[in-house]
Design a protein. Structure first.
Length: 336
């Protein structure tokens, strides 16, 4: 920015002329450079936050809550845009192709993100290198739920025993999603006959179970807890090492004796690779402040969503570890 010098009309005119020339040549922190994300006053226009699943699911709910707090920190609108399909890869492909200017961000859900490029049948060339991870927001354990009036499944024990003798359909938010992997793990451990019905997100899966079209809702704690309170769903078990604080009366799969089956959906936010360093700094600070605000934490508690904040470096380490762990599961998915 150029300081205005008031020493007569001649000097003022000269200063204005120099500033105009600099703007025309693209020098300094002008509006043009701000559009590319490199200006010092980033952000200067609305930011899109892509959610790669249907409205109404756990990711969408958490994103919309966080967006209001991000707007306070960034000073511009943060618009949640749902782009479901291809087990999340419609939205993630859009994110990867976006200009790396800081104005298009998106939730990256694992393991879905990774299984989408590890699947050899899909022949994707993507990897973690296509993203600049900003922060992890939520880590949501897996859960099994059924319609509350389904007398076949009063508890987890009845569910497993029934599924050992009969085919039981389960929901899934996409091929090789955390829900799909959970069903495969239970089949392998207990000899059950769970068959996944692939969908586009938790909201669609829940509608299928409540409508009586699918037997069991394989989702996450944040997607089943409120429905259980309303009496629509009965939660049979959670897939974590310890009971969820949001569902203290629901046993884990492990403590019920059906294997050390742990499953979760980690939901963090990333930008396309290549965003400028100053934009990285602005976004990192804004997300840390917004996610760790007591007001935000209280709102997430009301939705039974567990905040698991990790900044860029720690989040990258988490993602790489999860990718390594998934490589061990490839045979379970029939992938070489």
């Amino acid at each position: 920015m150029m300081t205005r010098i008031s020493k007569g009309a001649g000097i003022a005119a000269m200063a204005a002329a120099i500033a105009l020339s600099s703007s025309a040549c693209g020098g300094g922190n002008t509006a043009g450079s701000n559009e590319s994300g490199g200006g010092s006053d980033y952000p200067s226009k609305p930011i899109q936050l892509i959610v790669s699943f249907d409205p109404g699911g756990g990711t969408d709910t958490g994103a919309r809550i966080l967006a209001t707090h991000l707007e306070d920190e960034l000073g511009v609108p943060v618009q949640v845009v749902n782009q479901p399909g291809a087990a999340g890869w419609v939205g993630w492909a859009s994110l990867v192709k976006a200009d790396p200017d800081g104005y298009t961000l998106g939730y990256i859900n694992t393991p879905n993100l990774m299984t989408g490029y590890l699947n050899p049948e899909l022949d994707r060339s993507n990897s973690l290198d296509d993203f600049w991870p900003i922060a992890n927001h939520i880590t949501d354990p897996g859960a099994i739920a059924v319609r509350a009036d389904d007398d076949r499944f009063p508890d987890l024990d009845a569910f497993i025993k029934y599924a050992q003798e009969n085919q039981v359909t389960t929901t899934s938010s996409g091929l090789a999603s955390d829900d799909h992997i959970a069903a495969l793990k239970i089949n392998k451990e207990n000899g059950t006959k769970l068959e996944t019905v692939q969908g586009t997100g938790a909201a669609e899966g829940k509608a299928g179970v409540l409508g009586g079209h699918i037997d069991a809702y394989f989702a996450n704690v944040g997607e089943v807890a409120l429905e259980a309170e309303s009496g629509d769903l009965r939660i049979l078990g959670v897939m974590s090492e310890e009971r969820s604080a949001f569902l203290p009366d629901v046993p884990t799969i492990e403590e019920s004796g059906y294997g050390d089956i742990y499953n979760w959906s980690a939901r963090g936010i990333a930008a396309p690779a290549g965003i400028p360093e100053n934009v990285q700094e602005v976004l990192s600070e804004a997300f840390e402040t917004a996610i760790t605000k007591p007001e935000h934490q209280a709102e997430m508690d009301e939705q039974a969503l567990f905040i698991d904040y990790k900044g860029h470096d720690e989040y990258v380490e988490m993602l790489k570890k999860e990718e390594e762990d998934l490589m061990d599961l490839l045979p379970l998915l029939g992938w070489q």
